[in-house]
Design a protein around this ligand. Structure first.
Ligand SMILES: Nc1nc2c(ncn2[C@@H]2O[C@H](COP(=O)(O)OP(=O)(O)O)[C@@H](O)[C@H]2O)c(=O)[nH]1
Ligand SMILES: [Mg+2]
Length: 314
């Protein structure tokens, strides 16, 4: 299980890992040239300038104090792992088969998914649905991104492919889109009556500057909270890993307005900026719960700091 997980994260990190190739070659001396190169690579990998400088400083110190020598790579790895768990509010993702989701003890678990358009929300929802369905859970997806006609259809196609149920709102008589909160309401109702285990709600892409959309999200949250105790159990923010440090900025702005419980970092396979994961954990104190490593339903992995850092240098 862990081996497989490691392998897939490793594939997803292929482009980021290329950056570090040759850096830790056998017999490499810790001199200024090495330290400069290490810092440059870490910054290129988007771990963030602050983090990169801090790590390089510690390597320099440790070398001076003769703590590192042969074990240089292991030292850098352990520093990176430490960076990823520095923020006190971060809860480490469990090992084993546990999901990093606060499942409800009884009744449906509601997962609200948010993020800007194009970040990978709908695809990530499909992947989560696929994952939970394979664990034997009864899954319902809810198409509350009603502003774009294509968005509802996209989720419907996924639901059909995966074989899970979907709630989609009726268009109003005048042809205008359904009220997202009303669709979320219908979704919760069906979930309770139908004995579903997990309800995953798609929402419209929103920017922190877009006041209406932000209010809409709050409204969905209220509606859901009224219907199901403890809901939403998770509010997952989907970020596009190819945005690197911009994704971190985006996450910060989002987190200021919406109380998120975790991150799904999508498109890790398409970027050399995989190090952004480290900044997100460190600077936002939000756990990265899953990473997207492709466009297909199985292409979602639980995130784990240890296997991430190992895969980065494998
Ligand atoms: N390579 C890759 N592509 C992804 C991943 N997640 C999403 N995508 C693609 O990103 C695009 C936008 O995704 P979508 O789910 O529609 O984003 P949304 O607007 O936030 O719902 C689509 O073309 C997806 O196939 C991923 O993990 N890896
Ligand atoms: Mg979408």
């Amino acid at each position: 299980m862990l081996r497989k997980l490691f392998g897939r994260i490793r594939d997803g990190l292929a482009r980021t890992r290329q950056l570090f190739q040759g850096l830790f070659r056998f017999g490499r001396k810790v001199d200024e040239a090495f330290l400069e190169e290490l810092e440059a690579k870490l910054i290129q990998a988007d771990v963030g300038v602050k983090t990169a400088m801090a790590i390089v400083e510690r390597v320099r110190e440790a070398y001076k104090n003769r703590e590192v020598d042969e074990n240089l790579l292991e030292f850098v790895k352990s520093e990176l792992k430490r960076e990823m768990t520095l923020t006190p509010t971060v809860t480490a993702t469990e090992e084993g088969d546990e999901e990093p989701i606060a499942f409800a003890a009884t009744g449906p678990t509601v997962i609200l998914v948010t993020g800007v358009n194009g970040s990978g929300k709908t695809t990530s929802i499909a992947k989560l649905a696929y994952r939970f369905k394979n664990q034997g859970k009864k899954v319902l997806v809810v198409a509350a991104d009603t502003f774009r006609a294509g968005a509802v259809n996209q989720l419907a196609i996924w639901a059909d492919r995966i074989g899970c149920d979907i709630v989609r709102g009726p268009q109003k008589a005048d042809g205008s889109p359904a009220d997202p909160a009303a669709v979320a309401h219908d979704g919760c109702l069906k979930a309770v009556r139908g004995g579903y285990d997990v309800v995953i709600i798609d929402t419209a892409g929103r920017l922190h500057t877009h006041q209406n959309l932000m209010q809409e999200l709050e409204k969905i949250r209220r509606v859901v909270a009224r219907q199901i105790e403890g809901a939403p159990h998770e509010v997952l923010l989907v970020l596009d890993a190819t945005n690197g440090q911009n994704a971190v900025q985006q996450a910060r702005k989002f987190a200021e307005t919406v109380a998120c419980t975790g991150i799904i970092l999508a498109k890790l396979d398409g970027t050399a900026k995989g190090g952004a994961v480290i900044s997100i954990r460190r600077e936002l104190g939000l756990p990265v719960k899953y990473v997207g490593v492709g466009e297909k339903a199985p292409d979602l992995e639980r995130f784990n700091a240890d296997s991430f850092v190992e895969a980065l240098f494998a």
